[in-house]
Design a protein around this ligand. Sequence first.
Ligand code: IVH
Length: 661
Amino acid sequence: MGREKIKDRIEELRKLIEYHDYLYYVKNSPEISDQEYDELFYELKRLEEEFPEFRSPDSPTQRVGGKPLEEFVVVEHVAPMLSLDSSHKYEDFVRFDERVRRNLGVEKVEYFVEPKLDGLSVEVVYEYGKFVRAATRGDGVRGEDITANVKTIRSVPLKLFNDPPRMLAVRGEVIMPIDGFLKLNEQLLAEGKAPFANPRNAAAGSLRQLDPRITATRPLEIYFYDILRVEGVSFNLHTEERNCLENWGLRLTMPAEIVESAPQVAEFFKRMERVRDDLPYEIDGIVIKVNNLEFREILGYTSRFPRWAYALKFAPREKITTVLDIEWSVGRTGVVTPIAILEPVNIGGVQVSRASLHNLAEVKFKDIAPGDKVRVVRAGDVIPYVVEKVEDSGKELVIPDRCPVCNTTLVEKNPFLICPNKYACKAQLAGAIRHLVSKEAFDIKGLGERTVELLIDRGLIKRVVDLFSLKKKDLLSLPGFGEKSANNLITAISKAKRITLDRFIHALGIPGVGYKISRDIALKCVNVDNFLRVTEEELKQIDGIGELLAKGIVEFINDPYHREIIEDMLEKIEVLPMSYSSGEKLKGVKVVFTGTLSSMTRGEARKLVELEGGEVQSSVTSKTDIVVVGDRPGSKLDKAKAMGIKVLNEKEFLELIGLRY
Ligand code: IVH
């Protein structure tokens, strides 16, 4: 390739990566798989390394750069970053609304409503569409320059699209998703470092790292919600500002709506309270803003906050209570997890009497023992957890040295405490069986926790495979089983003996391998023999499987202990190859996807359709057979409905081709 050609290719790759970032972060609808994205990224990286003369600081490869700082430089904001007037009480908002309408002399006013994200407010400045600076809120007038750190956040575009303004200063919230926060804490504890109390502190701590290489490893994200200053464009409404920001490529707070009265605000508030647990990140209320920008000018500001915006906050979801005891629970992988048994408390409408302490390193670090008073948080859909000790009882925590179930000497494998007795430990065997019969594995109904325990206690199940040799008379000997229920269970077990590879892989319970990854491994390996010979290299080609997981999977299936169990199982059951049921189900069928899919990327969806002999179309035509709709579908759905074309949701689509959601 000539130098000019190389330069062109580098520029093309940068544009492609920026465009796919935009589809992924702003549009929430990726068109290529992670793997295809990585290929573009590595090609660019390679070319830039080979031809350093074409390097550029705003290339997507240059998000992490520069040396650690000595200290943060203080910078003045483009416009003051004010705070918000707020309350937990709806009546306070009603008074705010009355004041707004009185001051404006109007009956009705349009409010823009959106969630209030519980993160850190930052100013991000773009000049001629290029990311140039980011700062913390600080005292509202001056903040700390955290440009290098914010640059590492992939949802912060380094370049804006569509004729960006000369100068734009936007305000957004940097957050850390709850699962990323929990993982980060686990990792910090494993390294003997202090964990963060909540996702907000974790986001703040990550942004205040002097070394941007550390920030780059933290799962931070950004959502924008306000223009601090823009040059060369003017607006009448906040909704117009938002349209423009989105068009320039900035990801905005969602969901957002226009409402026209206080009761409608209350309705939105209640709705957000309900969805709160389903969101991957923390929100702590809603923000209500006057939509009309001229009205905003009339209403003006106090020294601390605008008179045109208000935050209505949710009741906090943390309480202080007493630890009555610490229970040590043995899971199917042998990890012994400390659980705090609590004096029951009501947290946000839910009675909480147990809270997770995650692992040995965490209880040790938090230094929690029975009698202590602790702060407990219930957030998102995660199990309530103990944040910190607030009052010491003087008692010492006793760490067991033997397994509470099988009495084997426990071993410490930082951050975990582990029972090494594998399936000879009843708790681990029971956990394995319960996982084996679960919905996305062998899907055997009628085998509850209690029955599994009884079967093990009575010696009817000694090894995992014994499940497949159970006889009707074994079940009839158990309390609660009659002729009918025993028959049903035996039938369910014998039916389950023919299992597709995806479910079989999931049933093995390999740490870190959930159903989705199992399905992807199965699609790659096709049959069980290939799966048992799979290499790390092959696994790493799958989206979502990195170095560590690939190694873990290969080690698991080649470990002599697991291998014997797998071989024994294969004598009792039949594992159907993935192509056994595939290749035909969508033969000649034309499929269109619209909206965001939650269990796969567009690239993966296409692969599935093609494996089943179908074809993916990019738009709905008279030849389209099926339209599959994800979240926030586009006009394709309307068109499909108007044309009477079959519409399926993601779950129905997966079921159609014999997969699970
Ligand atoms: S608007 C002048 N919108 O909440 C109005 N703020 O408690 C600027 N926050 O400092 C704020 N989500 O950091 C606005 N959707 C949202 C928000 C939001 C979170 C933060 C912001 C502010 C704090 C006030």
